[in-house]
Write a protein that binds this ligand. Structure first.
Ligand code: 3PG
Length: 329
């Protein structure tokens, strides 16, 4: 008997799932490597403003070389594009530097536990600043997210206020970055990869003067000597690794954002945090108490619950709109 022939759309649906699966796995793996090297660098050289700037500079340089050598096609942009990109870049810069400052003060796992509360910020910003209402089930799903983060924070053995606030500021900034990015990418011919490249370049221009003002070359030179004498010449490779992997994981995440809904993206982002939290606890031997781990687990599970509820809400709205269109027609 001959095998039944699969419909082409079933095949392309399966191919799309495989492609997204590969994007996600690459994104998480690159992110884990970035987080490990970033923390190794910050432990030896506690200048998060400079390391944040170097990550953006490295990504910008990599993309300029790719465009010049035609490995990637340079995007066609106009003044309007850069104007719309500006608020995204401001939010990206604040979110990036705040997360790096946080990681320079606390364990990587702690920063990411607090960062798993990002959906809660998203709902609150949408509700209070954009006037968007959600069903009460969505608000209720924020209880485990906020409660879990709070439990993890109060039981954190190495709690530090700057570390905590840095992660909170990063959450708020990234919610704005995502809202502005969605608007900026809509209907534009610039690919996810090039959109992120332009974002890095603009963020680099914004961050550089602030990095010089907050830390400055004198501090960097002294810190550099100490790090080199303690770690040895391969410290330079740690810096290179954190910078290259920072750009690569963000580039892959923007490439997947091009293919999936922001909701699927946020589920992927939460799963990414689980890999980072677990691997960094193992690699850095971070002390964890059972109640602390419980708080983290509740927060991460709460984020899943939230994403599921929002998925149901979005698909119900879509079906309602489709029905209304049929009625109208
Ligand atoms: C950064 O340095 O920008 C943060 O580590 C980013 O955090 P996220 O991409 O995991 O939200």
């Amino acid at each position: 008997r001959s095998e039944p022939i699969e419909a082409p759309e079933v095949k392309s649906e399966a191919a799309k799932k495989v492609k997204i699966g590969i994007y996600f796995a690459t994104w998480w793996a690159l992110n884990v490597v970035f987080n490990i090297y970033n923390k190794k660098v910050l432990n030896a050289f506690p200048y998060p403003w400079l390391t944040s700037t170097l990550s953006l500079a490295c990504g910008s340089l990599m993309m300029l070389i790719s465009w010049a050598t035609r490995i990637a096609d340079a995007p066609k942009t106009d003044f309007e594009f850069w104007k719309t990109l500006f608020p995204v870049a401001v939010a990206h810069t604040i979110g990036h530097v705040a997360a790096t400052v946080s990681m320079s003060k606390v364990a990587v796992s702690f920063t990411h536990i607090i960062k798993s509360g990002e959906p809660a910020f998203s709902v609150l910003v949408s509700r209070f600043l954009l006037g968007e209402a959600f069903p009460s089930s969505v608000y209720l799903s924020l209880v485990p997210i906020i409660g879990g983060c709070a439990l993890a924070a109060v039981t954190e053995l190495n709690f530090n206020m700057v570390g905590f606030m840095g992660a909170m500021i990063s959450n708020l900034a990234f919610v704005f970055r995502n809202i502005f990015s969605k608007k900026g990418m809509k209907g534009k011919s610039v690919s996810g990869m090039n959109y992120y490249a332009c974002l890095s370049m603009l963020s680099l221009l914004i961050l550089t003067p602030f990095a010089i003002a907050v830390e400055g070359p004198q501090m960097w030179a002294a810190g550099w000597q100490t790090a080199l004498s303690e770690i040895g010449p391969h410290f330079v490779w740690w810096i290179a690794a954190q910078s290259v992997f920072y750009h690569l994981y963000n580039q892959v995440s923007y490439m997947s954002l091009d293919e999936i809904s922001p909701l699927t993206f946020s589920v992927g982002n939460t799963m990414k945090r689980i890999s980072v939290i677990v691997s960094s606890i193992i690699i850095f031997h971070t002390p964890v108490q059972p109640v602390n781990a419980l708080g983290a687990a509740i927060a991460v599970l709460g984020t899943f619950l939230y994403s599921q509820l929002l998925t149901v809400e979005t698909s119900t709205n879509c079906s309602k709109q489709a029905l209304e269109q049929v009625d109208d027609g």
